[in-house]
Design a protein around this ligand. Sequence first.
Ligand code: DAH
Length: 366
Amino acid sequence: MSVAALPDLDALERELSAAIADAADEAGLEAVRIAALGKKGSVSELLKGLGAMSADERKTAGPAINGLRDRLNEALSARRADLKAAALAQRLETERVDVTLPVRETPAELGRVHPISQVIDELTAIFADMGFSVAEGPDIEDDFHNFTALNFPEGHPAREMHDTFYLPTKEDGSRLVLRTHTSPVQVRTMLAKKPPIRVICPGRTYRSDSDQTHTPMFHQVEGLVIDKGANLGHLKWILEEFCKAFFEVDNVKMRFRPSFFPFTEPSMEVDIQCDRSRPGEIRFGEGNDWLEILGCGMVHPNVLKNCGLDPDEYQGFAWGMGIDRIAMLKYGMPDLRAFFEADVRWLSHYGFRPLDFPTLAGGLSA
Ligand code: DAH
């Protein structure tokens, strides 16, 4: 190739520089590079032609073509860096995460566990840790299990302690009741299995009563321990450990007051220490106020006999606690009636996430 055959290098440079500047993205820029500097590119062809030139021709053409190649390479890398920066800026713009948007919940997370179910799970976890199993009985009871076996004599005024819901009288004169407490499950358990017995019986109970802290249907958890040496010291320890674990405090004082139940002797009611000095707030394990949470006592010898156990061989203790009450206290829910009105707005406010089940290791109400 003679010098005369060299194309107009200035024109070629202008053309390639314009193509570099116009390349819209890295792929377009690469196409320009290949067309100029690739194996068969226009500038590469010129460089190849140098070998065939005379020394004189090469003297001028060589620096001119090499200079062109170097400037093109520089322009290519500068443009590549610009395109990279622009591509990154665009990704940052379009893939930006707005951290102020609310978290989108999956349908499984939207459902809520009712606080009563949650509290039953919590107390079951606590008593299970102490070796208790769960016993159950029917909501519709007969007179024997709800009253007679529990030492409520026929026609005795103690039967009037509970505002009982009766079902229609049957032909034989008997009538079933909606159980007024969970104590009939004690009877069913003692009739069904041999001591040692250690059970809790959480469940629904019914009395004709309705105001801010009473609903016709409510919940209790019964506890029953029957063994040869079971005594009130054990009962006291169990209840103390329960209150500390349930209310999640290190210490809580308890007060045992004498009381009366037909099925226990002696009978007591238990108050726990709390602080109500701040309006609308109640704290456990501190302060000088007391709050009643349960009834308890040593199982009456007549009850043991009615359930086929020899009171000279076995003894035991029992308690009955209002679940709704301790749930209201722990989670600050003021009106019991709202619990059972099936209002999803109430439930989404007070309910619990379905996959956070309570365990002692993982935290009861974490
Ligand atoms: N059943 C009683 C009630 O509903 C509560 C109760 C008191 C249960 C003493 C017991 C107990 O097991 O020993 O008022």
